[in-house]
Design a protein around this ligand. Sequence first.
Ligand SMILES: [Zn+2]
Length: 289
Amino acid sequence: MKVVGLIVALALLCPAAAFAEDILIVVRPAQVLQGGVAEVVISGAPMADLKARRGADDIPVFQTEPSAYAALVGIDMDEKPGKVEIAVSGRTPEQAWSRTAAINVTRKDFPREEISVPPAFDQLDAATLERIKREQALLKALWKVRSPTRLWQEPFAAPVPVKVNSAFGFRRVVNGLARAPHEGVDLKAALGAPVAAANDGRVVLEENLFFSGNSLVLDHGGGLYTMYFHLSEFRVPTGASVRKGDVIGLAGMTGRVTGPHLHWGARLNGARIDPLDLLALQESSRNSQ
Ligand SMILES: [Zn+2]
């Protein structure tokens, strides 16, 4: 009898929005550019066991309001234009449900530049190539780690004022050969300028790497990372928890660069995304917890 009473009480508490057909799933924005971020917003009822999945890849879902939830999906800069399907499932007090949300990915025309240099100018020796390989493997392993707890609540803020030196996705063709695309955005920053954490998180990497020099990576939880490269100094130890706005390092010109600046990068669910897109997040920046 007690169980029956509980079910009646739940039905009274959420009279209209507890059934699968009342669940609303909205993808924002309607068109997502390559290198962008999509928000899958699920609302209509308090829910349990919410899951979002792209293929075998789990995408964390966070509560944003008492009856609303959001999943952030990173769209890699090289994602094929077209539909990306996200399988969403959950349970209302009455029943389990599952749906498919479609993200429309559109092509972005990344800036491109062709240059010619003497062939010997940018050749790397075997030891350096070995080092680069090791460092790339280190970062790749890091993106695979998806800390389940989201560590941030407030909107993201740029680590230094947004004055773009070199855009995200910039493609350079050297002597007719395409180079790796620019996986972040270069922001103007004088030598020694303070670099702030873009949001709450944890320092998971502080290393001197061949290309990116003194490199710091923050884990914001839920598969979201931001990177701060070419620093002259680190100002927080590895493993430290930082708050949005904390000075985590000083801008510099370490690594393969020609002048001081801050390379700011971001990864979301393994995808290379434009960090400037994090500044525009709406739904996901509200958190009822
Ligand atoms: Zn850069």
